[in-house]
Design a protein. Structure first.
Length: 288
């Protein structure tokens, strides 16, 4: 019994010694970090004494120069220190714009939504509605995409639908807004794009010989996307699918509709292949 005790006790003391050494090392490390930190002066916030107008002017200058992260930081400091008054309101909407330019769409949408919620009767609240549509609008084609073109209508249309709904809300609530004309152009482009996406799906069904599904998708385009280039394609798909389904009367009906409207199909349409997606006009800037 005494032999077993003599074998166990040294290991127990060794473990206690290690624990004590570990605690000493942690204490020395912590005090050493504090000492090292004391060698360097704390970073001074040069904006600490700035007025609301000074913060706003500097943020605006950063925004104009494309220094979006710096602009966002200054706008947020302005709102935190001076939460009331016109500078804070302007900082809120310009923060949304800065996030948009900084390519952080979720933060931009959140900032625009917040402005709408806090200032529903603001003189420029229509800009916040318009900005949400811009944020979700499909990006303009890059140089790479012009060299190796891709059909954007084949992509997921959810973003296009979201952008369309935002622009639609702007026009519904502010029909006389200065942004309405540009919003309408974008909506027309988006509508054509989504209709074309529906036809990509219809053609996929045709290739898979799922003719009933192809007819359903094509007829949906005819019903819901009138005055888009996709309507003529939809009718042609319906004609072919009805023939495959051995439904000659329905095929003839679709053919009659196609023939009757053939002269209208390509009038006053907006083709993404023939036109550049409208950019942001020079006057699309947050107003002071």
């Amino acid at each position: 019994m005494s032999y077993a005790r003599s074998q166990i006790q040294p290991h127990k003391h060794l473990g206690q010694l290690r624990l004590v050494l570990l605690l000493i090392m942690i204490s020395l490390f912590s005090s050493g970090c504090s000492t090292i930190k004391s060698w360097f002066p704390e970073e001074v916030d040069k904006t600490k004494s700035w007025s609301a107008s000074k913060l706003y002017a500097e943020a605006k200058a950063n925004l104009a120069e494309g220094e979006y992260q710096s602009a966002i930081e200054l706008y947020e400091k302005l709102e935190a220190r001076y939460p009331h008054g016109p500078y804070a309101q302007q900082a809120q909407i310009e923060t949304a714009y800065a996030y948009y330019k900084y390519e952080e769409p979720e933060s931009a949408i959140a900032a625009a939504d917040r402005f709408i919620k806090l200032h529903p009767r603001h003189a420029n609240v229509d800009y916040a509605y318009y900005l949400r549509g811009l944020i979700t609008f499909p990006a303009r084609k890059s140089v790479f995409e012009f060299i190796f073109p891709q059909d954007e209508s084949k992509r997921d249309p959810n973003s296009s639908l979201e952008s369309f709904n935002y622009f639609s809300e702007l026009i519904r609530k502010f029909p006389n807004s200065r942004y309405s004309n540009d919003a309408l152009l974008r909506m027309r482009y988006l509508r054509n794009k989504v209709a074309k996406h529906e036809m990509h799906v219809a053609h996929y069904y045709m290739r898979r010989e799922a003719y009933v599904a192809a007819v359903d998708r094509a007829s949906y385009v005819v019903e819901h996307y009138q005055q888009t280039p996709a309507v003529s394609d939809a009718l042609l798909v319906m004609i072919e699918a009805y023939k495959k389904l051995d439904q000659p009367r329905l095929a003839q009906d679709a053919q009659r509709v196609y023939d009757y409207n053939a002269h209208k199909f390509h009038e006053n349409v907006y083709y993404e292949e023939e036109s550049v997606i409208p950019g942001i006009p020079d006057w699309i800037k947050p107003e002071e």
